[in-house]
Design a protein around this ligand. Structure first.
Ligand SMILES: Cc1cc2nc3c(=O)[nH]c(=O)nc-3n(C[C@H](O)[C@H](O)[C@H](O)COP(=O)(O)O)c2cc1C
Length: 332
């Protein structure tokens, strides 16, 4: 049952998404991320929540601020060879290969489920492409559907029509991807950047100059875990993306650099397990955060982070999380 109040974007506004303190003195967790009102700032990160439906009965999605779907590409992708994930003491490494059923199937079955079942949490669709035009084509196919509130562009993948350089590392390709994506929708678009970019602030500026609403910071970092007995990579693909606790300070620094330089809306991702980890991103300038690996390990963890943020606000006399965003003071 929806407890929503309705919005011009066609999806309900969470009824408790009110930035003023509640009458009972409970610290309000509502935030605004690039024009989207979230009932709290905790989302599930791309690729770790499928399209929401796989988590039905496992966690209460509507208790969260939102979720970012698994990647959606124009055509279905089988993905990488197994094993696709491996653990190491600092987190995990994955090479899923952006396996997904393709835009038609997402439109036909996953978005209708989200529209029916997710009323209070916001939904960002993670879009991936291998040529400049792919991103806009996926968006064009989805944009008149319900069940989504905006997009996240995964530009940390190779541009196969231009020598394989990652879109995010090529300012011309990145600007063009974003310009075409913006022409395809009026919904919010967040561009997700890799922490390995030599000039992450420059990439963020390029995305914003071409119409991005904000940034998602950060994607995984490349890594290699070796299976010592087999003397082979632990992952079927060989290399993979490192996620989990070791990524926390990397993502927090990227967030701080981009926030300081641009003041743009930021969804902070990487290494968040606790409310204190989430607060690091918020203080560095993020309006909201997404949790990946910690939610894969324990599906109750994202809800604990929401509760922990409420408790922290009460303990610290914080009446609205907006007081916290970007409050980091740099040593002079
Ligand atoms: C199994 C797995 C699948 C992922 N799939 C995607 C994806 O489809 N698109 C994307 O942009 N990021 C993807 N990511 C990256 C996460 O969204 C996130 O940026 C990263 O894991 C860091 O957050 P964490 O440390 O909380 O896991 C994936 C991560 C994992 C662990």
């Amino acid at each position: 049952m929806s407890t929503s109040t309705g919005t011009s974007e066609g999806r309900p506004t969470p009824a408790n998404a009110d930035a003023s303190p509640s009458p009972r003195g409970q610290a309000p967790l509502a935030v605004t991320l690039g024009g989207l009102t979230l009932q709290n700032p905790v989302l599930l990160a791309a690729g770790t929540a499928a399209y929401g439906d796989e988590l039905d009965g496992v966690m209460q999605l509507d208790a969260l601020g939102g979720l970012v779907t698994k990647a959606v590409s124009l055509d279905p992708r089988k993905g990488a060879a197994a094993p696709r994930v491996a653990e190491f003491p600092g987190g995990m490494i994955n090479a899923i290969g952006l396996a997904n059923p393709g835009v038609e199937e997402v439109r036909a079955s996953h978005l209708p489920w989200l529209a029916r079942s997710v009323k209070r949490a916001r939904v960002l669709v993670n879009v991936v492409g291998y040529a400049v035009d792919d991103f806009a084509r996926v968006i064009e196919r989805l944009d008149d559907a319900s069940g989504l509130d905006g997009y996240e562009l995964n530009v940390s993948c190779p541009n196969v029509t231009a020598g394989g350089m990652e879109f995010g590392a090529d300012p011309i390709a990145l600007g063009e991807v974003m310009r075409r994506a913006r022409a395809a929708t009026t919904r919010p678009i967040f561009v997700k950047l890799s922490p390995t970019l030599t000039d992450i602030v420059g990439a963020a500026r390029t995305a914003l100059d071409h119409g991005a609403t904000g940034l998602t910071l950060v994607n995984t970092m490349p890594g290699l875990v070796i299976d010592l007995e087999r003397r082979r990579p632990a992952l079927g693909f060989g290399t993979g993306g490192v996620s989990g606790p070791g990524l926390l300070p990397v993502g927090v620094l990227a967030t701080w650099k981009v926030w300081k330089a641009t003041g743009a809306p930021i969804l902070g991702v990487g290494g968040i397990t606790t409310a204190e980890d989430a607060l690091q991103y918020l203080m560095a300038g993020a309006q909201a955060v997404a949790i990946g690996t910690a939610g894969l390990r324990d599906p109750r963890q994202p809800a604990r982070v929401v509760d922990g943020l409420g408790a922290w606000c009460r303990q610290h006399g914080v009446r609205s999380l907006t007081e916290v965003t970007g409050c980091l003071e740099w040593p002079s």
